[in-house]
Design a protein around this ligand. Structure first.
Ligand SMILES: Nc1ncnc2c1ncn2[C@@H]1O[C@H](COP(=O)(O)OP(=O)(O)OP(=O)(O)O)[C@@H](O)[C@H]1O
Ligand SMILES: [Ca+2]
Length: 573
């Protein structure tokens, strides 16, 4: 796994090369170590000799990166340092303030000090002094402030996450003011800047292709992050969320900006926004809400507790199984066990496959129902008797419900599912294309079966009992052939990949065998007469026509506008 790593360190206005840390003033170095080791929620464990690495680090990825840098590069001794001070107050990191602080008292000289660590430009704003490399404390005037800001931007632009370390001494009087020991605050003004660290959060291999795959599938990928806007932009370019040379005026915003827009402005802009930086948990939630209001189906991925509100609000929340916090996992619908963003494509593909299979099944089932209903109704009204008996209809139901569902709903996802636009929230489950397919097939079946019903006896010169069996047999065989048609809703070649669907072929085979048994051997039970081979050929011939019909109707263009909208004139948007 690729982990976050500190790759840059600025002491005052000086960039420090790895290996030159021994030149740093010991006093400043000591303060940095103190700040890192005591102002953290992470931990360092010394491993027994013999293991690959000497230390093991725990905590959030950012904490781990800073701790490992301090231990391995600065030779920080965490254990000793924690013993040398007592902690009076802590302010834990939260996503809104993006900083953490601690108030501590040194055992040696009883000095009280507050340490801060957090998002660089935010901590910088709390500082009025800085230490240069020689340990000299200098005033932080406007000009130097600008220089620091530029350093931060420079680091961020090379996709580093910048964290600033700062401290200040707290006098006893300042402590006294607070009075009550329990209400002591970690002093957060007039700080002295100690240094800036740049943490590289490498883009996982494969993320770029995943983003491209999503975009190809009509899924708009947005990045909402707590990082600085420059870091966010750099990473977004790296992983393809922003295209090279793309204008970032409208596509990149900061959380605060977004929050301060009016509701209307937000709705107007939200679709264009690809990157939101320095966002709080509330901003993430707000973004999801806006997108949903615009009618989009929103999926959110997240790992942290700060993502929980957005994960919960989203239509589909996806959390990370390894790096994710319990709160995030609890708020999500799907946990990605391997933390791999590429799994999103799998999720989309399978989701679409299931939806598509349901559509195929519905189309298949509706055809049977419409045909059976009309045939029996017309025959009952005009001739006073129904061609399909109760047992026969039960048998037809068995093929279409149980076996049909098994055959059509178990088909595996295909690649072309990712070439389509997403279905969206308001599209009907039964599309016009499905209506076209199912009505044409049902119409054919009705015509052929009613012809048999009224003219079959004279055309084929058979008894009415045999004619009824002919009708029943043709009807069932029509469904079997139509089951193939149902495999593809839009494509003309319905046999594509048929040999990969072993279950489908198996079920069609079983259905045919059962039908033969039904007609030839279950005379009493199914009310059938035996058919000779000529009659079988006639039935199969009639049924097989549903293939060319299925092929031809696919040339008929249909409108995208849902059929029900044509019928329902009053419902205007
Ligand atoms: N342990 C920490 N101590 C101090 N500051 C931190 C720490 N972790 C993150 N930060 C700061 O907060 C910012 C990230 O904020 P936040 O955690 O709200 O966002 P996020 O989008 O969840 O980030 P992540 O990529 O870590 O999931 C970072 O850019 C960094 O400046
Ligand atoms: Ca996070």
């Amino acid at each position: 796994m690729n982990q976050m790593k500190v790759t840059k360190f600025w002491l005052g206005l000086e960039p420090m090369e790895v290996g030159t840390y021994s030149n740093v003033d010991p006093f400043v170095l000591q303060l940095i170590k103190e700040g890192v080791s005591l102002n953290t929620t992470g931990g360092v464990h010394k491993l027994k000799s013999g293991s690959d690495s000497e230390f093991e680090f725990s905590g959030s990825p950012t904490e781990k990166a800073i701790l490992s840098w301090a231990v391995l590069e600065l030779k920080m001794d965490m254990e000793n340092l924690t013993k040398s001070c007592s902690i009076l107050q802590v302010e834990t990191f939260n996503s809104k303030k993006k900083r953490s602080g601690v108030l501590l008292r040194r055992n040696v000289d009883n000095q009280t000090i507050s340490h801060w660590k957090g998002a660089a430009e935010m901590v910088l704003r709390m500082c009025s002094k800085y230490h240069d490399g020689f340990g000299i404390s200098k005033d932080l005037d406007n000009e130097t402030m600008l220089k620091f800001e530029r350093i931060i931007q420079g680091m961020a632009a090379s996709s580093l996450r910048c964290i600033a370390l700062a401290y200040t001494k707290v006098t006893d009087e300042e402590l006294e003011v607070e009075g009550d020991m329990n209400k002591m605050v970690v002093k957060d003004n007039g700080l002295t800047l100690l240094g800036l660290v740049g943490i590289k959060d490498p883009c996982r291999p494969g993320v770029k292709t995943t983003v491209e795959a999503c975009q190809h599938a009509g899924v708009n990928v947005k990045m909402i992050t707590g990082d600085n806007v420059f870091t966010a932009k750099a990473i977004a370019f790296e992983c393809g969320i922003l295209q090279p040379n793309q204008d970032t005026d409208e596509t990149v915003v900061e959380g605060e900006q977004f929050r301060n827009f009016t509701h209307e402005e937000r709705l107007a802009k939200v679709e264009k926004i690809s990157v939101m930086a320095r966002s709080s948990p509330f901003d993430k939630l707000l973004m999801v809400q806006c997108l949903k209001q615009k009618g989009h189906v929103v999926a959110v991925t997240g790992d942290g507790t700060n993502d929980a509100p957005a994960l919960k609000e989203a239509d589909i929340g996806l959390s990370m199984g390894i790096q994710g916090t319990e709160v995030a996992k609890e708020s999500s619908d799907i946990v990605i066990l391997d933390d791999n963003f590429a799994s999103i494509v799998t999720v989309i593909n399978w989701g679409r496959c299931v939806y598509n299979n349901i559509q195929k099944f519905i189309q298949f089932q509706l055809t049977v129902n419409v045909a059976a209903l009309v045939i029996n109704f017309v025959a009952a009204v005009s001739a006073g008797e129904v061609p399909l008996t109760a047992v026969q209809l039960l048998w037809v139901n068995l093929i279409m419900d149980t076996l049909g569902a098994l055959a059509l709903a178990t088909e595996k996802p295909t690649k072309d599912l990712m070439d389509k636009e997403p279905v969206g929230r308001t599209k009907p489950l039964i599309t016009n294309i499905m209506w076209r397919n199912l009505l044409s097939q049902a119409l054919y079946q009705i015509v052929i079966l009613l012809t048999l019903q009224f003219k079959g006896e004279s055309i084929f010169g058979v008894t009415s009992k045999v004619n009824d069996t002919l009708i029943f047999n043709t009807f069932v065989l029509c469904q079997v052939f139509n089951e193939f048609n149902a495999r593809k809703l839009e494509k003309k070649n319905v046999f594509e990949g048929i040999f990969k669907s072993k279950l489908f072929l198996g079920i069609v085979g079983v259905t045919l065998v059962l039908q033969v048994v039904m007609v030839e051997f279950l005379k009493k039970f199914a009310n059938t007469e035996r058919l000779n081979w000529r009659e079988w050929i006639v039935c199969i011939g009639f049924a097989a026509v549903s293939w060319p019909i299925g092929f031809v109707v696919k040339f008929i263009p249909v409108s995208d506008k849902p059929l029900l909208d044509f019928l329902n004139f009053r419902k205007r948007y």
